[in-house]
Design a protein around this ligand. Sequence first.
Ligand code: NAD
Length: 494
Amino acid sequence: MTPDAYVRSAWTAPHIDSTTAPVLIASAAPMESFDPATGELVATIAVSTIADVDRAVDGAHEALRTTSWRNNGALRARVLNRWAVRLRETIDYFAELITREQGKTVGEARGEILGSIGQVEYNAGLARALYGRAIALNEGVHGVVLREPVGVVAAITPWNYPFNLTIRAVAPALAAGNAVVVKPASLTPAIVTKALDLLHEDPDLPQGILSVVVGPGGTVGDRLVRSDGIDMIAFTGDSTTGIGVMRTAADSLKKVSLELGGKSPNIVFADADLDKALAGAVNAAFTAAGQICTAGSRLVVERSIHDEFMDRLAAKVRAMRVGEGLDPATEMGPLVSAGQKKTVMDYIAIGRADGTILVGGDSLDDAPYANGHFIAPTIVTDLPDTSRVITEEIFGPVLAVQTFEDEDEAVAIANGTQFGLACGLWTTNLNRAWRVGRAVESGTIWINTYHHFYGEAEVGGFKRSGVGRQQGIEGILEFTETKHLNFDSNPNLW
Ligand code: NAD
């Protein structure tokens, strides 16, 4: 099917029926997904049984055993490059689907797609560039160290950036020569299934190398984690879930890569370009309604500029336009579900008890918000460092404010949680940026910017934010095993 036909046939219906999506292995009664802004039905999608999961895993092994996939980097590059082209041709379709099933604004959805295409293209290149090394070890003795695919990878992904976080795992895993079974989050199954269908229909992708199973994490996801046929789990999600996945995977000593939660500090020094820092603080905290693992959900401001900065930030945040993501004027969309909205409102209640609600704090329940899961962007100040609003990931549009006197205190505050995913630094003093950037325990440090990701550059977590790295060279190497072939041509016995 050409991408044009794909778009038309898929989106002229009132909702997507993915019951029979070719990439999907699912035989149980279908589930539905809904637009978090309007409550409308978005997609109907079949659910997988445990037997379906086992079938997907067996099919993946069969494909690795019977085809040249794991040894043919040029083939893998060709297939991935064609997928990138198809994704580029269907940006409008996927932007609408992401907004309708997940809720983020259509501009944010386009950013998610463009970043993902970049990752596919980057990994398509790496598929032909993975190589090992040869070592002269002794007279007549040589070692050849190879990078080989791990085998069958289970990619278990969350609902907040479903398109990107799935592609971020699938592209390097396939580029390295693995087979992949994907389990998307149950709130956003159509986005993932449709994106992977575009790859699955490539005639050169061997049957079985890629499949999707749909269903609850506790059953379908758990089966993948326990399966003897799965060689590696690439998990992106909540830290507590990730710890459980690692514990379960330990029983069969599976390789795990974990991309988990965060409570990232966004530090503004008095010498910063304050206009830039203000725009950056809004972007850091309220992108995707705060439902992003790297959200700069703690604003850490130098005391000498606190009052001026907070006055200006409060005015900006009060003026933000909340609404349906498909409306181009919308600056912040809804929460993904009623459950997520309740979690966030519970944290706002804690913030009200522990500190002061400077902006927002309200559940938006009247027209035009009545059928969706909307919350006003919220800023909480005057919190003790021990407040759960400071220490726990909220995953919603709630910004907690902390203040510092000097650099040492800024670093201590930045490192004061169990997480270490990302950090923003706003300063015109490059020596300071270097010192603080080195001292903060975090996988990404953004200096005078925030939320910029590149296929070439690794991301991942210190502390309870994760294990391993995604993206970049390290990202693809996660999906490989090292093998040493040792040749001894010495005629003498050792
Ligand atoms: P979640 O942990 O609830 O679910 C993630 C995935 O795991 C889903 O597909 C779910 O069905 C599955 N799952 C749940 N229980 C499982 C189990 N016992 N065994 C196997 N699979 C199971 O997370 P979520 O609510 O979908 O996503 C939000 C979380 O993801 C936040 O904590 C956020 O910070 C984190 N996240 C991290 C990154 C990163 O790159 N570090 C990126 C995005 C989101």
